[in-house]
Design a protein around this ligand. Structure first.
Ligand SMILES: NC(=O)c1ccc[n+]([C@@H]2O[C@H](COP(=O)([O-])OP(=O)(O)OC[C@H]3O[C@@H](n4cnc5c(N)ncnc54)[C@H](O)[C@@H]3O)[C@@H](O)[C@H]2O)c1
Length: 394
């Protein structure tokens, strides 16, 4: 048994994708099988028959593809994204940015049913009016601390599009309660338990979201990844986690939030080499400074010096850059931990982005490395713990 279980992507049996041109397209000829009113197309296919429907972004060419790998009936030729906490704030901004860029089917997962439904509707409207490539959005209500609910949302997404390209593990809350508070209890009676919901949502659910992402990434037919009408040439799979500046710096006023966000950064750094080397999945985290979202009340936000707040659109731009995998900004502007590089050791600013904690402050972003080793004994020990190079595996 492997200490760090993982399989090489070359071990994965990905289905071939034969092309059967001329299957025809109904309606106005501009539809997509996943658009809100695609019934003519969708219902021609029998779920479970193992066929894949694809059309180009302008509705011109359409093809059926055999899908031997999954129970999903179709594989969309648009890319598929899952965004937790997509009904508000940064998640919503990224959902809008993706659909505006074109060629994405976005699933918003959120606890807030009203905001989620509103978001999906707005995004669909925006996508159809602003992009030359079509996009779509759907909402799945789920409490991401409930594994079954989260898994069902992923399952529904994969059943809808037959693929998964990007996951934004983003949902979060602010710290609740006062960890430093005193409690009047009698004698030896213990205080009430602390409120740990912030760890369950901001950290544990990042684990489960990533775990599910890994599964559905692997279920995605390899051939689907080499095509798509999106605006970019990048068609690989990636995860971005929302950590925080509190994942880099200690924030004493919210210690449990700080712990959870440090955990997100540590988790991202721990899995990124295996995910990339075994499955070509790029994993990164964003660490924004404070920005005005639904995370806090208006009164709380008003207490911040407004000129110091980070712009939500800047965060969305960084997330999209991480999805596309390359950063055109000069290294001199984005590196403050030396030149250990953005690609597991390289220094090329065009290197593929994975394993990065990207701090975002105001309108700037910076790549933050893990601390350097204290000495060679520690370095050699920690290398043993890296399953891509060490010996702690069988
Ligand atoms: N706003 C900031 O200053 C800031 C800074 C750095 C990092 N972050 C992080 O950004 C992420 C997004 O937060 P935001 O600032 O956009 O806030 P937000 O409140 O606007 O959005 C968070 C979304 O997550 C959803 N959510 C909360 N708990 C959930 C649950 N159990 N299941 C499903 N959905 C749930 C909420 O309903 C909401 O729609 C969070 O992880 C947050 O910690 C925020």
């Amino acid at each position: 048994m492997s200490f760090f279980p993982g399989r090489s992507r070359s071990d994965i049996q990905r289905p071939a994708v034969p092309h059967f041109p001329g299957a025809g397209v109904g309606g106005d000829g501009k539809g997509h099988p996943l658009d809100p009113d695609p019934g003519v197309i969708t219902h021609r296919l029998t779920p479970g028959r193992g066929f894949v429907l694809a059309c180009d972004s302008h509705g011109g060419d359409i093809s059926l593809r055999e899908n031997k790998n999954s129970s999903a009936a179709m594989v969309s030729d648009r890319r598929t994204a899952v965004i937790t906490g997509g009904a508000s704030g940064m998640g919503l901004a990224v959902a809008h940015a993706l659909t505006r860029s074109g060629g994405w089917d976005v699933t918003i997962i959120d606890l807030d049913a009203a905001a989620g439904a509103r978001a999906a509707e707005t995004i669909t409207d925006t996508a159809t009016t602003q992009s030359s490539y079509t996009s779509s959005a759907m909402f799945q209500q789920a409490d991401i601390t409930e594994y079954a609910a989260l898994a069902a949302a992923f399952e529904a997404t994969f059943a809808r599009t037959g693929r998964l390209d990007f996951v934004y593990a983003n949902a979060g809350i602010a710290e609740r309660g006062n960890f430093y508070g005193t409690h009047d209890t009698a004698g030896a009676a213990p205080p009430p338990p602390p409120d740990l919901l912030v760890s369950k949502i901001n950290l544990d659910a990042v684990y489960t979201t990533t775990y599910l992402a890994q599964h559905y990434f692997r279920q995605t037919p390899q051939a689907a990844l080499t095509q798509g009408p999106g605006s970019s040439s990048s068609t690989d799979q990636s995860i971005v986690m929302t950590a925080s500046s509190g994942g880099i710096y200690p924030s004493g006023f919210c210690p449990l939030y700080t712990g959870a966000k440090h955990g997100v950064v540590g988790f991202m750094r721990a899995i990124a080499p295996s995910f990339y080397k075994n499955d070509k999945i790029r994993v990164n985290a964003v660490c924004p400074g404070p920005l005005r979202t639904g995370l806090l009340t208006k009164e709380a936000w008003d207490q911040f010096p407004q000129e110091l707040l980070t712009d939500t659109d800047k965060v969305a731009a960084v997330v999209l850059m991480l999805i596309e995998g390359r950063d055109g900004a000069p290294i001199s502007e984005t590196r403050i931990d030396g030149d250990r590089g953005v690609d597991g050791g390289g220094t090329d600013q065009d290197a593929l982005l994975w394993g990065n904690a990207v701090e975002i402050s105001g309108q700037r972003h910076y790549y933050r490395d893990a601390p350097g080793y204290s000495d060679d004994i520690m370095e050699r020990n920690m290398i043993q713990c890296d399953p891509t190079v060490g010996s702690l595996r069988t």
